[in-house]
Ligand binder design. Structure first.
Ligand SMILES: C[S@@+](CC[C@H](N)C(=O)[O-])C[C@H]1O[C@@H](n2cnc3c(N)ncnc32)[C@H](O)[C@@H]1O
Length: 435
């Protein structure tokens, strides 16, 4: 169904339980005011690239006179869309570059990303989407372009700290490829201070196993804990048991600040009393970059000095040993920021479509359950297809009536398939009930 733009429509869709995409035929610049503020969990999109393709309608983006004009328009649109994203929301932008008249790269994607960073978007990743089946190029004077950028932004909420955005890495982990052996079974990952003596002989045993060329060499082993472990054996590091969250840290720092105020003692005086220079200040700072909690020893010394209670003693001073080793995550490894994804063949040639697998990884990681996805340049509706696979609502906007036609057809088919599934499940139930 093709609706005329109206605010109630979008609000109604958001409030409703239907997951079928809401398809809206509109110029994105006209549509933005109709999207409620802070209503979206995720924007995933690939706008028309500069002078890449003529979509054959007035008001299309991409045909601007100069790259600057195009960049300004993109930046303006994504700046305005920022207000529509929840504070926990994410934004993924796939955009390609263009060569100028002298064959020079115009660096359009990077210029847009740099500009968006100044306008309330925090760039988390510059992802390389590598296309293993990229087109060959006729040019002999340069290497073929084989990839496109995908920028991953989160919303800068104006706070001092990193925003608390939704991101579920576990949902998109990929298989481990290396044959690295995991750590031996008889070395526990965590050992209490009391039990540490029991693992010392086991550590010795693994030390003796190694007879390679780096034996007894302690330098230039590289930074990899795996490499170091194979030469020097395994080791444990003594660490605080308590792993404070952001809120925990702030709570403890406020406690320390309060105690210092009551005592009427300056940071410089604390430094002097404990024999430090420019150290104690960090224990009273709230900004993430500048704050740090005192070590267990310093905590006890500070306690003597400021005379505070035992409230956080256990958290701040209890230690244990943690095995130093790279362990494979049981759910697979982080996919990294170089994604090798085949382009898809399509029967919809007008819309430079992006692959479903690209969107699957993005939606899988960056949209919470019951979240809402927006694609402001929806084209053939790849984003909406994937949102439906994930049982998520999506708003698909495109100014081209042809694009709208394609989406309506494919989403309607999907809806019919869904209904058929529901029907057959009910049929099964009816059958079961008969017996
Ligand atoms: C690269 S295509 C998107 C393809 C899409 N990712 C897919 O997989 O099918 C860009 C789309 O932007 C649309 N478009 C161009 N100018 C627009 C505007 N001013 N407002 C909304 N959509 C526009 C075009 O019609 C086209 O469908």
């Amino acid at each position: 169904m093709n609706f005329t733009m109206n605010r109630q429509l979008i609000e109604g869709y958001i409030a409703n339980n239907v997951i079928n995409p809401l398809v809206l035929n509109s110029d994105i610049e006209l549509a933005i005011p109709f999207i409620p503020d802070k209503s979206l969990d995720l924007i995933v999109t690939s706008p028309p690239y500069y002078k890449q393709r003529d979509y054959e309608f007035d008001g299309q983006i991409g045909q601007e006179q100069t790259p600057e004009e195009y960049i300004n328009k993109m930046v303006d649109i994504f700046t305005r869309l920022r207000d529509k994203v929840k504070d926990s929301g994410c934004f993924f932008l796939n955009i390609g570059d263009k060569y100028g008249k002298k064959g020079e790269m115009l660096l359009i994607p990077t210029r847009i990303a740099a500009e968006l960073q100044k306008r309330g978007w925090i760039l988390k990743n510059f992802i390389v989407w590598y296309k293993p089946n990229h087109m060959p190029s006729p040019f002999k004077g340069k290497f073929t372009s084989t990839w496109e950028p995908v920028f991953f932004f989160v919303k800068d909420t104006g706070n001092y700290t990193t925003p608390d955005y939704y991101f579920n890495l576990d949902a998109v982990r990929v298989e481990h490829k290396t044959n690295d052996k995991d750590v031996p079974d008889d070395l526990p990952r965590i050992v209490s201070l009391e039990d540490y003596e029991k693992v010392v002989p086991i550590l010795e045993k693994y030390k003796k196993d190694y007879s390679g060329k780096f034996k007894d060499q302690n330098e230039n082993l590289g930074a990899s804990p795996g490499a170091r472990a194979s030469v020097n054996g395994y080791s444990y590091s003594k660490q605080r048991v308590f792993k404070p969250t952001n809120d925990n840290e702030i709570e403890i720092i406020m406690y320390l600040r309060n105690a210092r105020e009551l005592k009427g003692i300056s940071v410089a005086e604390i430094d002097e009393a404990l024999g430090y220079e420019h150290t104690a200040g960090h224990w009273f700072r709230l900004d993430r970059g500048g704050r740090s909690l005192p070590s267990p020893e310093d905590w006890l010394r500070l306690k003597n000095l400021l005379g505070f209670g035992t409230h956080y003693d256990e958290e701040m001073t209890k230690m244990h040993y943690v095995l130093q080793a790279v362990m494979k995550h049981p759910l697979g490894k982080n996919p990294g920021d170089m994604w090798s994804i085949l382009t898809e063949k399509t029967s919809k040639p007008h819309f430079a479509i992006y692959p479903h697998d690209l969107v699957r990884r993005i939606i899988g990681a960056a949209c919470p359950e019951n979240g809402i996805v927006l694609d402001p340049f929806a084209g053939s509706g790849t984003t909406g297809d994937v949102a439906m696979e994930f049982n998520l609502k999506s708003i698909m906007i495109d100014a081209s009536t042809e694009a709208i036609g394609i989406m309506e057809e494919s989403f309607e088919h999907a809806l019919l398939d869904e209904l058929r599934k529901v029907r057959s499940k009910n049929d099964d139930k009816e059958l079961m009930d008969m017996f």
